[in-house]
Design a protein around this ligand. Sequence first.
Ligand code: ADP
Ligand code: MG
Length: 408
Amino acid sequence: MAPTVPWPVLIARLSSWLVAGGAVLWSTVARRETGVVPVLVRLGPTFVKGGQLLSTRGDLLPPAFCARLARLTDRMEPMSAADVRRALATAYRGGRAWPFAEFDYTAVASGSIAGVYRARLRNGRPVAVKVRRPGLERLMLADFRLLGLMAGLGEHMPGLRGLPARRMIDQIGPAVLGQLDLAREAVMLERLRGNLGSMVRIPATVPAAAGEGVLVMEFLDELERFGPATFTAEQRRTIVRQILHAVYQMLFIDGLVHCDMHPGNLYLRPTGEVVLLDAGFVVELTPKVRKLFAQFFVNMALGRGEVCADIVLRSASSVPAGADLSAFRRELGQLVRDNHGRLAGQFRLAPFAARLFDLQRRHRITADPEFVFPLLSLLVLEGMINDFDVDVDFQKESIPTLFEALRS
Ligand SMILES: Nc1ncnc2c1ncn2[C@@H]1O[C@H](COP(=O)(O)OP(=O)(O)O)[C@@H](O)[C@H]1O
Ligand SMILES: [Mg+2]
């Protein structure tokens, strides 16, 4: 998967793992605090991002563990001005013109992989500049190489054999490493904007000003946290509808899905305009999966549980040889029927997904990330929309888009 990483880098990285592990062990003994979260934070962005993604994989890991991982936050200390300058110097080296008339080195926001800064182009246009932290690429590639080696060893050790370590790494690796690539992120942002621009506002990129590890986009001001705030009931209904239609368009028609629609990436402007940011985690569904996704939703709405079970099996990335498929079908059928009875506006995805994942985990049927990540993007959104307190019928709103998808 990853390009080769030199041995000295691997060894250096392994020693920092040990130091981080030792420090956490020490604080555990000294302060009697334990927990997986501080260990992951100490280990750096690979583990923070990886932990966040794994927190959503109820089909692979027990729910209590997922809940602990979900507490990982991505907000970090800002980069030092020297680091920002270093990253920018690399991006605009080799005779490339410096595109900014002004650059504010105080971060607007800082995540584990990049920081966002405010600047002004030479033509006076205000822009948001997303700058990748310097030196991360080497470090994160080394982490995944080491994790791969360890998972390989683990598979030969008694007691560890049953763990899905290898599968977990293969499944989250591409999503985590993909976030390092800001050129890809810029392309994804533009593609999303092309697809969804009439429903939600997505910042336009400025490719001419971009550089290696630097993404430049239009600055959108007055971003307010997503919440009902001061909107009238009518405005709230419009907002929620717009978001839902954008989501259904991504899932069922375009197959290009923003999988990270949490409140740090979805904002409202005072006018009620919905703003979607951060295309760092966008999944492109294959036509096959997109179709399966639409069929799953339609059949769920129709209460056809066994058909839904077949769809999950067809989309699974691994089904063990001895799996009791008829039991799986029966139980999933039951789950769908249970929810079918209370469809009208009362369906809640979160408990449904929790039961679906529990079922998959018990039968050791691993979902394909292409299938599961988009589903999870809906979960976050559902929570936010419920906070909005709008009595919107998810199922009903999806039907026109679903029909369009299945007709094509
Ligand atoms: N185009 C923009 N205009 C204004 N603010 C922005 C813009 N892009 C990002 N931001 C701000 O920076 C924050 C982090 O940006 P984001 O792309 O989500 O980075 P990360 O990958 O670290 O989550 C956003 O939550 C928002 O507050
Ligand atoms: Mg973000």
